[in-house]
Design a protein around this ligand. Sequence first.
Ligand code: GAL
Length: 418
Amino acid sequence: MKLKYLILSSVLAWLPMTSAIAAGQVEVLHWWTSSGEAKSVKILKHMMEQQGHSWKDFAVAGGGGESAMTVLKMRAVSGNPPTAAQLKGHDIQEWGRLGFLTSLDSVAQQEHWDNVLSPVVANIMKYNGHYVAVPINVHRVNWLWVNPKVLKAVGVKVPTTLAEFFIAADKIKAAGFVVLAHGGQPWQDATLFESIALAVLGSADYRKAFVDLDMTVINSDKMVNVFRQFKHMKAYIDPQAEGRHWNAATEMVIDGQAAMQFMGDWAKGEFAQAGQQPGKDYLCVPAPGTQHQFTFNIDSLAFFKLKGTEADNIAQYDLAKTLLMPSFQRVFNLNKGSIPVRLDMDMSAFDQCALDSMTTFKQASLSGDLVPSFSQNLATTADVQSAIVDVVSEFFNQADSNPILAPSRLARAIKSAI
Ligand code: GAL
């Protein structure tokens, strides 16, 4: 009898906590406010509501998340953090070090996260060996989004190298189209710069420059060439680009005003929302010169220590569990444009862009061509990242900036932020 009780109680201890016990509330801070992104968030909201919990949306607009981070800091220091917040890479470590994040080890063990995630991804989610964040997806950043009708009207082929890109760009411009849909915001400038740096430097030197912060690469002739090609892009952007949101730029490709956009595959969510089909209405191709490379961006939610009720703690637990459930991973990533972060997913429902992304992700991780995106906060600390973005964006937007002088400026800014 006693043995039976012991077995039963240990089985109960392993059962997932569910809403049958109590319904709580989750408040989730994120910056997913474009139409494709908002649709993806709604899936999570819906799945939490199905478990009996209520969802308090804490959306702070602004791609790249800069404004969201400012708001999060205010809320956290005033002792009132949300249940979870969109945090990435080094930021997770930073918030862990400050003592704000809660351990998710119990749900991680119960759901076998160590078995379904790649160790590289799992390590980013852990602080001091404990899970404090949950990964949601893998975005590839080095994509070029193309309107094939515009290219056809002009009679140019999809560019596969930077040299081909500039040749095609001149023809597209002469035909009266905007060549490059771009939003003049610092993080978007950095996103464009990053893909050019990847092509010009190659994966090894990209990693040396933006992960290892190796000054010999940062201050090299190769880097002068990165800045030179980057500056060249400016000639193909329309004068109204300043301040434009990334999704408004995607819209320009969708409606045929512009030919192309450099952007991560969250752009696919916008094409999908507009009812467009990949391979037909739009093309997703690797950023010129980066065919076998993959700059990764992993979205994740970090979980905060809560002062709330027991029901809210249960809701927090259920939120963490839901994020890695195969059913959520599938529907969320189909909408978001990313690929699932679980390694054991059935990919049959995914389109060609996602399948290409998955194939390149796997190959690149073996060949050394899988590198973290610095424009999306995955490569380095927030301080160094913002130093890089400042230099890059200022360079891009000053008419008389000189590519020969830019690398030493970049080196100085990085040194002062380390
Ligand atoms: C990134 C985020 C993506 C996408 C993008 C634009 O920082 O990782 O998921 O949402 O911003 O908002």
